[in-house]
Design a protein around this ligand. Structure first.
Ligand SMILES: Nc1nc2c(c(=O)[nH]1)N[C@H]1C(S)=C(S)[C@@H](COP(=O)(O)OP(=O)(O)OC[C@H]3O[C@@H](n4cnc5c(N)ncnc54)[C@H](O)[C@@H]3O)O[C@H]1N2
Ligand code: MOO
Length: 405
């Protein structure tokens, strides 16, 4: 059941369907994806209104320089229902309704008001500085398409339409289970041979970064009974992520118990380094990813497989990290026959991106992940990747802007 990296990613993504939608308050919708086309119920602007502070009048009354008596004042927020009689003007503020009869606005700086009359120096054209009802968006038009990632402009529009909530795709609930007899909760004292469970919180952090809701199940001992109970609980989530217990060790029970619980195995082992002993299965709509226990392998497989799946479940269309090309400054070690994910530091020199190793590429050494700007994808079928070749690099950090580096 071994599979290539791209096949594995396709298999996971093909099972990751957008979740049902829910209505959330506008501010909670930021970064989430509209689950329906959002149509305006009203015209934008809602009524003809002035784009300037000035005077509203009839353009026909000013065929050349004229003086018109100022008969009133229309501030923003007033109903603006008092008509402008022929041969007169009213003072008007930005955003105020254009009063009946008026068809143009003269900005304050283009005329002068003295002793109750406005002195207009030149002819006017109708419609100037008037924001017409429906000119921005007409009632019934689709303003925001389903699939749009919502941000400040969308929230601005929805608020101006008077909406308080918006339908977005639900966040996936991700159950997280660590397995291993050597593990102790962070903060608890360590006995000989024990280590703190760092994978659970690392995966929870990555879930949250990807917009999901982490649900910690704790640590399962390498024994069938407690493990079965926790896996059963985890299968109630949208995604179940387990770490460790999937490799060759004689106590690697996870896959066996998952099969017993009705999870259909889809693949086991991927031709990658790190992350080789990764397993994927599904029960109904629940996806089950069993990630290897080495902390770098865990996070790398989350990054490559789980994160894109979580984004797709939330309706995102762009689920993969941006790729750039970089020239290797040094030889990178590579396991032939597997895609190698090499954590690299990037630097731009003379307009060209260069990559070098972020440190020792050992699967239990987190240091390389802490220092990395990106992940170089070294294709299978090569021995070590020599200095000077160009390789694709996934950009890990949204703040890293190689064009400015
Ligand atoms: N004979 C073989 N041994 C191993 C192979 C192999 O092909 N043949 N593959 C190696 C590779 S590669 C990996 S990756 C690991 C995967 O093993 P498991 O996923 O079964 O994980 P464990 O063996 O239980 O643990 C590996 C390593 O990670 C540490 N670990 C586990 N869980 C946590 C946690 N929650 N927080 C922090 N650290 C954790 C664990 O202590 C081990 O050091 O197998 C290799 N062996
Ligand atoms: O596959 Mo293991 O994940 O190389 O460390």
């Amino acid at each position: 059941m071994t599979t290539t990296f791209l096949e594995a990613r396709d298999l996971v993504l093909s099972r990751a369907e957008p979740l049902p939608s829910e209505f959330v308050p506008l501010l909670d919708a930021v970064g989430r994806v509209a689950a329906a086309d959002l149509t305006t119920q009203v015209d934008f602007p809602r009524f003809d209104n002035s784009a300037m502070d000035g005077w509203a009048l009839r353009a026909a009354d000013a065929p050349g320089p004229v003086v018109l008596p100022v008969s009133g004042f229309v501030p923003a927020g007033s109903p603006g229902t008092i008509p402008v009689a022929p041969g007169t003007a009213v003072r008007i503020m930005t955003g105020a309704p254009i009063p009946p009869g008026a068809d143009t606005v003269v900005p304050l700086e283009d005329a002068e008001e003295r002793e109750g009359a406005v002195h207009l120096p030149r002819a006017l054209s109708a419609g100037a500085h008037v924001r017409h009802r429906g000119a921005d968006l007409g009632a019934g038009q689709v303003a925001i398409r389903a699939g749009t990632v919502l941000g400040a402009p969308e929230v601005s529009f929805l608020a101006s339409a008077g909406r308080l909530t918006v339908p977005v795709f639900r966040r996936p609930r991700v159950a997280i289970l660590s397995t291993g007899d050597e593990l102790v909760e962070p903060g608890a004292p360590l006995g000989p041979g024990q280590i703190h469970d760092s994978n659970a919180i690392a995966v929870a952090a990555a879930v949250r970064e990807a917009g999901g809701v982490p649900v910690g199940l704790g640590i399962a001992r390498d024994e069938a009974e407690p493990l079965r109970a926790l896996l059963t609980l985890g299968l109630g989530a949208d995604v179940l992520v387990t770490t460790a217990g999937v490799s060759m060790g004689d106590r690697d029970l996870v896959r066996e118990l998952l099969a017993e619980l009705g999870v259909t195995p889809i693949f086991f082992t991927i031709e990658v380094k790190p992350g080789h002993p990764t397993a994927f299965g599904a029960r109904g709509a629940t996806l089950v990813l069993s990630l290897p226990g080495n902390p770098v392998s865990t996070l790398m497989m989350f990054e490559q497989l789980v994160r894109p799946a979580l984004l797709r479940m939330q309706g995102h269309r762009h689920v993969l990290r941006p790729l750039v090309s970089a020239v290797l400054d040094e030889q990178l070690s590579h396991r032939p026959g597997r895609v190698t994910f090499s954590r690299v530091k990037l630097e731009r020199r003379n307009g060209v991106l260069h990559a070098r190793s972020a440190g020792k590429q050992e699967t239990s050494f987190l240091r390389t992940f802490l220092d990395a700007d990106g992940v170089a994808l070294l294709p299978p079928g090569r021995a070590d990747a020599p200095a000077g070749i160009t390789v694709p690099v996934q950009l890990l950090r949204p703040g890293f802007a190689p064009e400015h580096g």
